[in-house]
Design a protein around this ligand. Sequence first.
Ligand SMILES: [Mg+2]
Length: 177
Amino acid sequence: MLKKFIPSQYVPTVFDISVQGLKEAGIRYIITDLDNTLVAWDQANATEELEAWFTHLRKEGFAIVIVSNNNEKRVRAFAKPLNIPFIYRAKKPLTGGFEQGIKLLNGSKKQAVVIGDQLMTDVLGGNRGGFNTILVVPVKPTDGIFTKFNRMMERRVFSLMKRKGLIEWDLIESKKR
Ligand SMILES: [Mg+2]
């Protein structure tokens, strides 16, 4: 059970993910969470840095889809201007949203990676669905009220995995950005 919480990588931000490394691993499809993964949960639009990252990824041949548990209004307003397809109210850690996302891209699971800031939704759901997973440190240390419980569980699972020797990472605290 605990194994389903282990991401293949753990990085401070999406910008720390090696694009070359993804290519070498045969990854072509990026399924990403929105809130606190790409921008702070309370920030409406992408930053310039993030837009440049998407442009770079596309130039390198990646296709991107946003799979978020948030509502249509939030996800559409963010994704539309970037021309990125999206799934809202994905109900992660259920795997249906990821499956729909990869279908939107006409991609295959084996060539996809799920990126997100939460063990309890993104990593657990991605692993359950048979995807590669990358955990990032939340962009903003404070969360929406619904995420508070998940964060508490996350800290417990994280330290348990560490104690059992399943992971070597320490939990990275997010800094205010
Ligand atoms: Mg998130």
